[in-house]
Write a protein that binds this ligand. Sequence first.
Ligand code: BES
Ligand code: MN
Ligand code: MN
Length: 456
Amino acid sequence: MLQALDYARRHQDRFLEELVALLGIPSVSTDSAYAEEVARAAAWLVDHLRGLGATGAHAAPTGGHPIVVAAHQAAPARPTILVYGHYDVQPADPLELWISPPFKPVIRDGAIYARGACDDKGQLFMWVKALEAYVKTGGLPPVNMKFIFEGEEECGSTHLPPYIQAHTDALAADVVCISDTALFAPDVPSITCGLRGMSYVEVTLTGPNRDLHSGVYGGAIENPINVLGQLIGGLHDADHRITIPGFYDDVRPLTAAERAEFAALPFDAAAWAAEVGVGHTRTEAGFTPLEGATARPTLDCNGIWGGYMGEGAKTVLPSTASAKISMRLVPDQDPQDIAQKTRAYFEAHAPPTMHVRLEEIHGAVPVLVSTESPAMAAAAHALEDVYGQRPFFTRIGGSIPVVADFKRLMGLDSVLMGFGLDTDAIHSPNEHFGIDRFRQGVESIIRFLAAYGSSS
Ligand code: BES
Ligand code: MN
Ligand code: MN
């Protein structure tokens, strides 16, 4: 292991140059205009894994973007890990807010700037480089490693669950390892033990059969944008609780012990809110901001449109109004059930002048993973060695849909060892990943592989 650590330190600059090449490929999965680039990123990873002696490396075609799979066998008696990551990225817009172009990666102020630097190309690459560090120092990695890198995580992971289901033998492992989350704070090591789920819907209200003159009809024909605004406004009450009937029915209450763990975390809510330019946090009554951001369900309108949105003024009473709404879910809420309850809310509250259409865009099941397993112990041990303090187990407010799928389809738990920071601007302009955290990540993974390999 010491040789591997030394190798990783000596080759860090080249690792980063390679990462620059991968980040230069605009693998935006949600926009079909980039489909060839997504395929190019998959091919790049396949070549790279082959170059490290991985067997069976290939880009498996799906009805959408390919899934990159590969394996590196150490010894049959050793435990096997399945490394998951995603090589697709979010769209880069608004482009004008980037200081340097999103797909021309540059290193400045100790960080690498590019779309995907943190989410998730930079983080999945740490596992590939940990494999290299063992392979190139004459040894075998302490565990058998399998890799599955998805190209559709940012657009709903449509083809991944069926692929997993059809390949459970080839993917068989003892545990799934994922770096696609964040540290609790800089130099505060943490292992993610909870992810929120998701129910994502798009709702459209239709009133009159065409756009109307607001002078001729306004005052007697109801306006869908006005109504949609009221309905969305009514989704939260004065306590900032969500008003959809039955929304909280399946929420597993936080235990006193869990709440004590949240309270013990070094979290400064005022500073956290100030960093995004807001003076105060706003949380459901009875809960702390940290609980609100990670362990309680949410409802956010992500986009709302209708009528005239061009320059100047147009006096129109529009025919339709639409909104995209995401709800972050916690155990034991069910995405489909929540979508149905949301539909019922809109149908019950829309006036008879409106027709309601609600489309379910995608869902993800919330997860809490056990913190007691040999793999978790190995991860905690590795992080403690790198950071000099024991990691916290934390929940993250975001979602990684495949974690629940690995559990459901293969019975596998995941170890979520992420090295991002909330301030890395994932999904935002100027996404970046600190070079120090890339180094800490590679080191932690090398140590994790050693600790896990000798644990069973
Ligand atoms: N890596 C993120 C998940 C994440 C978010 C980790 C925030 C740490 C902090 C992942 O790529 C992501 O963006 N997930 C989506 C999933 C959704 C499309 C179902 C999310 O959380 O919005
Ligand atoms: Mn991600
Ligand atoms: Mn993401």
